[in-house]
Design a protein around this ligand. Structure first.
Ligand code: PHE
Ligand code: NA
Length: 453
C-alpha cells in the first residue's frame, strides 16, 4: 500500500522512463492509425499539419505532463491536485485528471480490438492462413476475421487479459527490458518493407503522396484529426505519460526525454507510411480504405517478397508487442489511482479495471459484426470511442493542462521541475502560454465552422 509518507517507486535504471514512455508512444497509433488517417485525409498536407502539431503542441504538452507527474508524484487526479495545492489554483482543475483517466480507459477499450487484429494476423501468418493473390483476397480475409464475434472477441479478450496481467504485475518488471529489443526490431521490419517497396513500383507515388504539401487539400476536419492524432500518438492527455512521469527520478532531464520520445515516435510513423503506401499504390488500392488499411495491404507484400512468411511473422509479433507496451500505459493512471486512494493491490486494481474494460471493449468489438448497425449520427461504437477521445477529450485536456501550467500556477514549480536554462525556460513558457493554446483553439474553432461563411 502506498501512502504519502512512503516514497513512490521509481523506474529502474537510467533508461527506464525513456524506454517505458517510448513503449507507450510507439504503437498501433504509428503503424495502424497514422497510415490509415493519412490515407483518408489525402496525404501531404495532413502529414505537414500533423508534424507541426507534434512540435507546437505535442512536445510542450508532454514536457508539462511529465513535470506535473513528477512534481505531484501520483496519478493525474492526485498529481494535479497536489501541484495546484502547492502553487495556487482551484480544486476544479483536477477535472483534467479525471478526464485523462477516463480517456485512457476509453482508448484502451477500442485499442484492444485493433491489437486483437494484430495478434490474429500473427496467428494467421504462423498457421499459413494469410496467403492471397490480390487485394480482393486480402479484403476477404479481413472481413472474414471480423465477421464472427466469437473469433474477434477471442482476440480482443486475449489482449485485454495480457494487458491486465502485465499491469497487475507492476511497472518495473518486464516493460523496460522488452522495449529495448522490440523497438529496434520493429524498425528493422519496417526497413525490410521499405526496401521491398522500393522495388515494388509504388514507391515514387507513395513519396509524392506523403510529402507533397499541396496546401488547400486539407479540410477543417482533417486538421482536427491531425491535432488529435498528435495527442494520441504521443500518449498525451490520457494519463499515460503523466503517470509514467510520476515514477521519474528527480535528476532526469524532462526536456531531453521528451524530445527523444517524440523523435522516435515520429520516425516510426513516417517509416510506417513509407512501408505501407508503396504496397497500396502498387496494388491499385484506395488509400482511404479506413481502419483495415494495413491489414489488407501488408500481407500482400509479405506474400510476394522472399522470406515473406518469416518477415510477416516477425512483423506482426513485434506490432503486437508494441501494442501491448502501449495498452499497459493506458490503464496505468486508473490502476495507480485505485491503489493510492482505495487501498487496492495492483493486482486487484488491474483485474477490477479489466472487467469493466472488457464489457466496453466487447461493444467496440461488436461494431465489426453484430453491432455494425448500432449507429448514432453515422458512427458505430468503435468510431465513437475513437472520435470522442482523439478529437475532443485529448485536445481539450491538453488545452487545460497548458493553460493551468502557463497562466494559473506560480511558475516556480515548473521552473524547478524542468530545470532548463533561462532561455529554454522562456521558450517553454511562450509555447505553453501562447503557441500551444492558440494552435489548439484555432484548429478547434475552425472545425466547429466558425471561420467559414
Ligand atoms: N501512443 C499510442 C500509440 O501510438 C497510443 C496511446 C494513446 C497510448 C494514449 C497511451 C495513451 O499507439
Ligand atoms: Na504513437
Amino acid at each position: 500500500m502506498t501512502s504519502a509518507t512512503q516514497p513512490r517507486i521509481q523506474w529502474l535504471g537510467r533508461w527506464g522512463f525513456l524506454l517505458a514512455a517510448t513503449g507507450s508512444a510507439v504503437g498501433l497509433g504509428n503503424i495502424w492509425k497514422f497510415p490509415y488517417i493519412t490515407g483518408e485525409f489525402g496525404g501531404g498536407a495532413f502529414v505537414l499539419v500533423y508534424l507541426a502539431c507534434i512540435l507546437a503542441v505535442g512536445v510542450p504538452v508532454m514536457m508539462t505532463e511529465i513535470a506535473f507527474g513528477r512534481r505531484g508524484r501520483g496519478s493525474p487526479i492526485d498529481a494535479i491536485r497536489r501541484v495546484v495545492n502547492e502553487s495556487g489554483g482551484g480544486s476544479a482543475w483536477s477535472l483534467i485528471g479525471w478526464m485523462a483517466m477516463l480517456c485512457g480507459f476509453l482508448i484502451l477499450s477500442f485499442y484492444v480490438v485493433v491489437a486483437g487484429w494484430s495478434f490474429s494476423y500473427l496467428w494467421k501468418m504462423l498457421s499459413g492462413g494469410l496467403s492471397g493473390e490480390n487485394v480482393d483476397d486480402m479484403v476477404a480475409v479481413f472481413v472474414a476475421n471480423n465477421e464472427n464475434p466469437l473469433n474477434l472477441g477471442f482476440w480482443s479478450t486475449l489482449v485485454a487479459l495480457l494487458t491486465m496481467f502485465i499491469v497487475g504485475k507492476g511497472v518495473q518488471e518486464g516493460i523496460e527490458k522488452n522495449v529495448s529489443w522490440m523497438m529496434p526490431g520493429l524498425v528493422v521490419m519496417l526497413l525490410v518493407l521499405i526496401v521491398y517497396g522500393m522495388f515494388s513500383g509504388g514507391f515514387g507515388e507513395a513519396v509524392t503522396f506523403l510529402f507533397s504539401f499541396n496546401a488547400g487539400s486539407l479540410s477543417s476536419e482533417g486538421m482536427l484529426a491531425a491535432l488529435g492524432h498528435a495527442f494520441f500518438t504521443l500518449s498525451l492527455a490520457s494519463g499515460a505519460i503523466l503517470t509514467y512521469g510520476s515514477y521519474l527520478p528527480k535528476n532526469a532531464s524532462i526536456a531531453r526525454t521528451t524530445l527523444g520520445v517524440a523523435a522516435a515516435d515520429t520516425v516510426v510513423a513516417l517509416m510506417a507510411g513509407l512501408a505501407i503506401f508503396p504496397v497500396i499504390f502498387a496494388n491499385g488500392m484506395n488509400p482511404g480504405q479506413g481502419p483495415g488499411l494495413i491489414f489488407m495491404s501488408l500481407p500482400l507484400a509479405f506474400d510476394a517478397m522472399p522470406f515473406g512468411t518469416l518477415f510477416g511473422i516477425l512483423f506482426f509479433a513485434m506490432l503486437s508487442m508494441a501494442a501491448l507496451t502501449s495498452s499497459i500505459s493506458m490503464v496505468e493512471a486508473t490502476v495507480s489511482w485505485l491503489c493510492d486512494n482505495k487501498g487496492l493491490s495492483r493486482r486487484a486494481a488491474a483485474w477490477g479495471t479489466g472487467i469493466v474494460l472488457w464489457l466496453v471493449s466487447t461493444l467496440a468489438m461488436l461494431s465489426f459484426n453484430l453491432g455494425a448497425e448500432w449507429m448514432l449520427a453515422g458512427k458505430n461504437v468503435f468510431d465513437w470511442l475513437d472520435y470522442l477521445t482523439a478529437r475532443w477529450m485529448m485536445p481539450l485536456g491538453g488545452l487545460g493542462t497548458v493553460v493551468l501550467a502557463g497562466f494559473v500556477l506560480k511558475s516556480d514549480a515548473f521552473r524547478e521541475e524542468l530545470g532548463l536554462s533561462p532561455l529554454l525556460y522562456t521558450l517553454w513558457l511562450t509555447m505553453v502560454r501562447y503557441v500551444t493554446p492558440l494552435g489548439i483553439l484555432v484548429v478547434f474553432t475552425d472545425a466547429l465552422g466558425i471561420y467559414s461563411v
